[in-house]
Write a protein of this length. Structure first.
Lengths: 259, 372
């Protein structure tokens, strides 16, 4: 519900902007548009998660999932090419958050917990709560195709630098086999839990593919949807504790203003 | 319009994620635990303890452990080698290996049957000779007449088993040591053993003691001509509460049962006696004797082998000490050393009254006395 409110607020802001701008275009902008340049600002939310694909056998049940509110803000420049301006290339600069909150039941899941002040690696069976949150500076490079006056499609690649990141959580209602699946059993039940924190192992750079569409509601006001799919694991390759790769897959939904 | 298209896009995305994110079929178990244990044929004194690589069964020290078949439950799908229920000798710990369902992980468990009971052990492996010096003729060589079995007490001191051999001495008439009622025998259950045999004392028949049953006991022997049954002085001070007497025996009854007048009693078969009594001393009573060793009201605890039978195989017995006449051991008196323990064995149960069958033979070995 909160998210809906925010989307409505952004939409309202977009409407106001578009209403005003239709009358307020500077000669510089008119000239730029004439030469095939298009400038946009976009705001939206990232909905998705960092997921192993497919889900590894260790995961037995997803008990809860929240995409969190991951804001994105982006400026995009597009250069339309050719006489009919059907194809174009665009680049952008985007500040975005990607995160999720999940609760899962796992079996024999490789992890490392903090137990009585020390780190204990092993295999966990039970409940795992994960809180993933990153702030990224992203540069998308895309090819654009204008279907008609209303629709634009785009596809390309993006790369991101991590500005801040957190991957932590806790385990509860289960047990850890220390070291190997036949190691000593550390049981956590009756509300006891143990935290884990892999934040320092998050990768600094990631890249992936992006696929999106824009619908021009009004001449300046746009609705955008972009699927971003990172091709790199969220963790550094030297980090082996989580035995499978997690790929951030997010749908970015938002509104834009086209100058 | 806007909202619909957003919803549609969201739905498509979620559907896509769902498709690729289906919960996959559960992997085979990687764990290899023993999850539960049980065993029959032995009394467990507390719940078995199962750790990550050890199983401990708690038993009384006198339990026989050489042929037990413990059963194990393991993590679903895991296998155990040797199989659950396999009969093995647990006088020493045994190893079991559990292999996980996925076959990738193995864990070895040490399975032990443990007891914290301390036993006093009697092996009958050592003896010394009763030597006779002719005081009238100091020049004559010392004669070695019969065996005195020697063992160690719980605190490590050497002690001599009592027997009636010195009473037989007068009737022995030059018999070799192995013809005496009590002697050491080479072929024991382990090492040597004690041999008790009921023998004829032909010359003494007129005195009302026509036979001498082989006997062996903790205590001393002082020949009492007026009442020979009182010659045995049973019991030595004992400061612990005995719990169980364990040992091995072989027995053969003699062919002809006679009473103390040497009258044959047809149809009666001789039988052995193995028992132990804890009794209170004091009031001038320091020991029990052949007349009251099972009947004295000073007896507090009695352990008695009741199913003794003829057998030519070494047969294990394990007999618990039980309270007699509602009496109980007073810990304070125990500390003060006011109790004595007598372990008594005889080749003729009624030998103290000179009823028995000549030729009855009892072999005894590896006695263990468990105490609290």
């Amino acid at each position: 519900m909160r998210h809906t409110n925010i989307i409505v607020a952004i939409a309202a802001w977009g409407c106001v902007l578009s209403g005003r701008a239709q009358t307020d275009r500077t000669p510089a902008l008119q000239s730029a548009e004439h030469n095939g340049w298009e400038y946009e600002v976009k705001a939206g939310v990232n909905i998705g998660g960092a997921s192993p694909l497919p889900l590894p056998v260790e995961v037995r049940e997803i008990n809860s999932y929240s995409p969190k509110f991951n804001g994105t803000f982006e400026g995009t420049v597009t250069r339309w090419l050719g006489r009919n301006r059907r194809w174009g290339l665009s680049a952008g600069l985007r500040i975005e958050e990607k995160g999720m909150l999940t609760g899962a039941t796992v079996k024999n899941y490789s992890t490392e917990i903090v137990y009585e002040g020390s780190r204990v690696a092993g295999y966990w069976t039970g409940y795992v709560k994960t809180d993933y949150n990153t702030t990224l500076l992203t540069v998308p490079l895309l090819a654009d195709y204008r279907v008609n006056d209303r629709w634009k499609l785009r596809a390309g690649l993006f790369s991101s630098v991590k500005l801040d990141g957190d991957f932590s959580g806790y385990v509860s209602d289960g047990y850890l086999r220390e070291g190997t699946p036949v190691g000593e059993k550390l049981t956590f039940d009756d509300g006891s839990s143990a935290p884990y924190d892999f934040s320092s192992h998050l990768r600094h750079f990631q890249w992936g593919g992006q696929l999106g569409a824009t619908w021009c509601a009004f001449s300046h006001f746009t609705v955008n949807a972009d699927l971003t799919w990172a091709f790199s694991n969220i963790f550094e390759s030297s980090f082996k504790t989580v035995s499978f790769n997690l790929y951030p897959v997010y749908l970015k939904l938002g509104f834009g203003y086209r100058f | 319009m806007k909202k619909e298209s957003i919803r549609l896009a969201l739905l498509v995305l979620m559907a896509g994620l769902m498709l690729s994110s289906c919960i996959r079929e559960e992997a085979l178990n990687a764990e290899a635990d023993i999850t539960d244990v049980s065993v029959e044929g032995v009394t467990l004194i507390r719940k078995p303890v199962v750790t990550n690589n050890e199983v401990l069964f708690y038993v009384n020290g006198w339990q026989e452990l050489d042929r037990l078949s413990p059963k194990f439950k393991t993590t679903d799908g895991a296998t155990i080698e040797p199989a659950s229920g396999t009969e093995r000798d647990f006088t020493r710990p045994q190893s079991y290996t559990v292999t996980s369902q996925d076959g990738r992980w193995k864990k070895t468990y040490k399975v032990s049957f443990v007891s914290d009971d301390v036993a006093t052990e009697y092996h009958f492996d050592n003896m010394k000779w009763y030597e006779y010096r002719d005081s009238w003729n100091p020049a004559a060589p010392v004669q070695k007449l019969f065996h005195i079995l020697v063992d160690k007490t719980s605190d490590g001191h050497e002690f001599e088993w009592g027997s009636g051999n010195s009473g037989f001495l007068f009737a022995a008439n030059g018999a070799t040591a192995d013809k005496y009622p009590t002697c050491q025998e080479e072929e024991g259950y382990k090492g040597k053993c004690a041999k008790l045999q009921t023998v004829s004392t032909a010359a003494f028949a007129l005195l009302g003691t026509p036979i001498a049953a082989g006997n062996l006991f903790t205590g001393t022997f002082e020949l009492n001509f007026s009442n020979p049954a009182k010659s045995t002085r049973f019991g030595v001070p004992f400061r612990k509460k005995p719990k169980e007497l364990v040992g091995y025996y072989k027995y053969k009854a003699g062919p002809t049962f006679t009473d103390k007048h040497l009258n044959k009693i047809a149809g009666r078969k001789d039988s052995l006696a193995v028992y132990a009594v804890l009794f209170e001393t004091g009031d001038g009573v320091d020991y029990l004797d052949g007349t009251n060793s099972l009947t004295s009201d000073r007896i507090v605890l009695l352990a008695q082998l009741k199913e003794g039978r003829e057998t030519d195989e070494w047969t294990r017995f394990s007999i618990p000490f039980k309270a007699v006449g509602g009496r109980s051991v007073d810990p304070e008196k125990l500390r003060q050393g006011k109790y004595s323990l007598a372990i008594i064995m005889s080749s003729s149960k009624d030998g103290a009254a000179f009823n028995g069958a000549v030729g009855s033979t009892l072999y005894v070995d590896e006695l263990k006395l468990f105490s609290e």
